[in-house]
Write a protein that binds this ligand. Structure first.
Ligand code: PLP
Length: 417
């Protein structure tokens, strides 16, 4: 029962350093947020000790009476958070992550080597939606199924719903997947439903990025149109598919659920159901819109010109910069972002943009006025990247570490240590 600092000071030290990094930096990664202390308490609890393969009241191990109570509570809260009728919808909260949830959904809905269509990765889709390259099928969704990606229109960078419908008519997929990792606009689920009905396919939405905004009612509701909805830590499905999905999660794709994670999901879902969460979700979107308009105000190019959700996709190519350079400079400034492909990139390996998200800074109670300052920091980071590129050629140098102190406006120079 000795504390971690005593038992394993090495790991404790790493945790402390990461805590410091998170507390002192600006977190702008669109797929991250700051978990509440109560959720972390549940996640680090004694529930991690228990094995509970199966479902409530149908387990393969004894001693699961409290685990059953927990899972039933978590499922109830998931349905409530998304305002779903328990008579019509079932939910499985056991997947270890979004990727396993997606693979379980594919396993439940279609057969090996069946065809599927998802948004292409370079256009904002996720690896688990059928990604492959000309050289290699490197994801389970392309190794075990036959995918053909749909895309965005080159002029607007919005989902090409007409092209998708035409493609589906020829390709006849068994499953259409919507949802994305880097798409700043809302989805037209009604149009997708029309296409999936026309070709007789299932329609699945992966709302890993936007589930909070969907639960708060600030984005279109996929549950009105989709057969299955997945998200990063749990999934929701209609009753007639419930058994198929449950069997696909366990035993097809997983063994024992992580009960500590289920407890953490339950606690997070309780927070989602509070009236204050709606205000939070609204603020996330307001902050993203402010960030977008400030960057456009600085003369920068954003994919689709703005945002409907929590993320902004910034096309750096007109500046002659790559996303990785700006990511590195931002790291040195204590701003965490990620390089991201933008439409028309020759290769996803050398992305021409960066992705920004406002979920975590909104959790720190930042408002539009704060976001304007954040946008100014990013403006400086990009100007500094340009300056460094000019001075150092294309080689980004690690020894320029004091970049946060460098003001680019009106000054030519940087601090070298
Ligand atoms: N689906 C989408 C849209 C995502 O953005 C992600 C995360 O990158 C995933 C699924 C995978 O989730 P996880 O990393 O939890 O497996």
């Amino acid at each position: 029962y000795a504390p971690l600092a005593e038992i394993d000071p090495e790991v404790k030290n790493i945790i402390d350093k990461e805590t410091w990094r998170q507390f002192t930096g600006l977190e702008l990664i669109a797929s991250e947020n700051l978990t509440s202390v109560s959720t972390m308490e549940a996640n680090g609890s004694i529930l991690t000790n228990k094995y509970s393969e199966g479902l409530p009241a149908a387990r393969y191990y004894g001693g699961n009476e409290y685990i059953d109570e927990l899972e039933v509570l978590c499922r109830k809260r998931a349905l409530k958070a998304f305002n779903l009728d328990p008579a019509k919808w079932g939910v499985n909260v056991q997947p270890y992550s979004g990727s396993t949830a997606n693979f379980a959904a594919l396993t439940a809905l279609i057969q090996p080597q069946d065809r599927l269509m998802g948004l292409g990765l370079p256009d904002g889709g996720h690896l688990t939606h059928g990604y492959y390259t000309a050289k290699k099928k490197m994801t389970a969704s392309s190794i075990y199924f036959q995918p053909v990606p749909y895309g965005i229109t080159p002029d607007t960078n919005l989902i090409d719903y007409e092209g998708l419908a035409a493609q589906a008519k020829i390709f006849r997929p068994k499953l259409i997947i919507c949802g994305a990792s880097a798409y700043p606009r809302d989805w037209d689920y009604a149009s997708l439903k029309k296409t999936s009905e026309a070709v007789g396919s299932f329609l699945m939405a992966d709302i890993a990025h936007t589930s909070g905004l969907v639960a708060a009612g600030t984005l279109n509701n996929p549950f009105d149109y989709c057969d299955v909805v997945t998200t990063t830590t749990h999934k929701t499905l209609p009753k007639d598919l419930e058994k198929r999905v449950n069997d696909a999660v366990f035993p097809a794709c997983q063994g024992g659920p992580h009960n500590n994670t289920i407890a953490a999901i339950a606690t997070a879902l309780l927070q989602v159901s509070q009236p204050s969460f709606k205000a939070y979700a609204k603020q996330v979107i307001e902050n993203a819109r402010t960030l977008a308009s400030e960057l456009v105000g600085h003369g920068y190019k954003l994919q689709t010109g703005g945002t409907d959700n929590h993320l902004v996709l910034w096309d750096l190519r007109p500046l002659g910069l790559t996303g990785s350079k700006v990511e590195k400079v931002c790291d040195l400034m204590g701003i965490t972002i990620n390089k991201n492909a933008v439409s028309g990139d020759a290769s996803a390996q050398v992305p021409g943009g960066i992705r920004l998200g406002t979920s975590a800074i909104t959790s720190r109670n930042m408002l539009e006025s704060d976001v304007k300052i954040v946008a100014d920091f990013l403006h400086r980071a990009v100007q500094l990247s340009l300056l460094l590129q000019k001075e150092a050629g294309t080689k980004m140098l690690k020894d320029f570490v004091r970049v946060a102190t460098v003001q680019t406006e009106g000054k030519e120079g940087y601090v070298k240590v």
